[in-house]
Every structure is written in C-alpha cells, then in structure tokens.
Design a protein. Structure first.
Length: 255
C-alpha cells in the first residue's frame, strides 16, 4: 500500500466525517474552537473552577484542553481502527490491500484533526498571554507513542471484531471507562499517591496525559515512564502486525 493511497483514504475519512453538512471541513476548526471556549471560558471564568496548586484563572481550562485534545485523537484512533476491516470490507473484497497497513489512514486522519485542534489551542494560549512550558518540544514524540499504542491495540481488536461483532460495542464501553480513570477532568492531587501510582502502572494514558499537562502548565514529566511506554507501544504495534498477518487469510475469507 503506497503512501499516496493511504493519504487518499485519510482524506476520504475526513470528507466522509463531514459529508452532508453545509460547512463541510470547516467543522474541523469550529468544533475545537467551541470545545476550547467551553473549557477556558466556561470552566475558568463562569464556573471559576480552579486547579490545585495553580493560581491562574485559566489553569483548569488549559488543563482540560491539554488532556482532552490528545485523548480524542487516541480514543478515535482506537475506536475506528478496531472496526476498520468490517467497515472497509467492500473495498477489501475488490482490492488486495495490505490489512496491517490499512488502519494507518485512520492515524493520519486523526493526526490532521489533532494538529488543527492543537494549532487553535496554541492560538488561544497566545491570546491569554500564557506561554507553553519548554517540555512542549517533546509533544510529537509523546503523540507518536500514544498513536502507536492505539494502532497496535486497534489491529488486534480489528481482527477479533471480524469474528465477534460485539467487540465494537465493548471497545466503546471500555473507552468510556478508560476516560474516567485517566487524569483529564480530575487532577492527580485529589487521589492518594498510592492509588495514583497504581493507576499509572495499569493505565498507559495516565503518564502520557500528565506529560501533556506538563507541556502547558508547571509540572514534571516522568521520562522513565514514557520510555517504558515507548517500548510497550512498539511491542503492541509489532504484536498487532504479526497477529493480522497470521490471521489475514481467515479475515478475508470471513469477510
């Protein structure tokens, strides 16, 4: 599968997402604008929500946005990748596409959406006179780790979803639960340190989300945890690739 073909699939994914709407691709810009408005203005100014240890009136809104933007990319990648073989069965039955490479277009599409949202977020920070932390330079690396993890898991689940369609619904439920055990709307300071240590050990998105927070608000990044997660994401992606290759004939026959 060529890069050009993957990009065409990614472009079609974005087109289909907003198909039938009058504004079309403009929604890719409007949605993050509205989301950031809710986080920064409603939570920070109207509701006066405050982040523990941060005096900035916009602190909690920035905290929410810096955690929510990458989470949306991760959750959408995992959800869409886990059903990609079933969703694209019409194409797969006509064209001999590489199954392990097919979900990459989802990563590309979600990366484009994330970059748009991140650009708007950075613009909002400029308007608020709030400079990102120096750690923001590692953002591409952290984003790569989370997307590799989502893609690896998605490959395995995509195969399982071909033979057991309940997987799609189970993935949606797990993602919903996963969101609430990830420090996106809540701060690690509100839970006992021992409990948060356990959460960080079993939830790879906890240290990843905390890293994003430290890019935009004062905080520290656990680089050891990120290095271990990079190894985990690589192993997960490799396992997903091998699993799809071994099951490719069965998947095509069943579809």
């Amino acid at each position: 599968m060529t890069p050009a073909l993957l990009w065409n699939f990614a472009r079609q994914e974005l087109v289909d997402r907003y198909a039938g709407s009058a504004l079309g691709f403009a929604w890719a810009f409007l949605q993050p604008i509205v989301t950031l408005f809710i986080f920064v203005v409603i939570f920070g100014q109207v509701m006066s929500a405050r982040l523990p240890g941060v005096s900035d009136t916009h602190g909690y809104g920035i905290y929410l946005a810096s955690g929510m933007l990458p989470w949306i990319a991760f959750a959408n990648t995992l959800s869409r990748a886990s059903s990609v073989f079933v969703d694209k069965k019409g194409v797969l039955s006509k064209v001999g596409l590489s199954l392990p490479m097919l979900p990459v277009f989802i990563v590309l599409a979600e990366s484009v959406t994330f970059v748009i949202g991140l650009g708007i977020f950075l613009l909002v920070l400029v308007l608020l006179n709030h400079a990102p932390e120096p750690q923001v330079l590692i953002l591409p690396w952290v984003f790569l780790i989370q997307q590799m993890l989502a893609l690896g898991m998605g490959l395995i689940l995509a195969v399982l979803n071909v033979f057991l369609r309940d997987v799609r619904e189970a993935v949606a439920m797990v993602i919903q639960l996963w969101f609430w055990v990830t420090p996106i709307v809540w701060a690690p300071q509100i839970v006992p340190p021992e409990l948060y240590r356990v959460i960080s050990m079993i939830n790879p998105m906890a240290p990843i989300t905390s890293a994003y927070h430290a890019m935009f608000l004062p905080g520290t990044i656990d680089y050891t945890a990120l290095m271990l997660l990079a190894l985990l994401a690589t192993a997960m992606l490799g396992a997903g690739y091998v699993f799809v290759k071994r099951m490719e004939k069965d998947v095509r026959d069943f579809l």
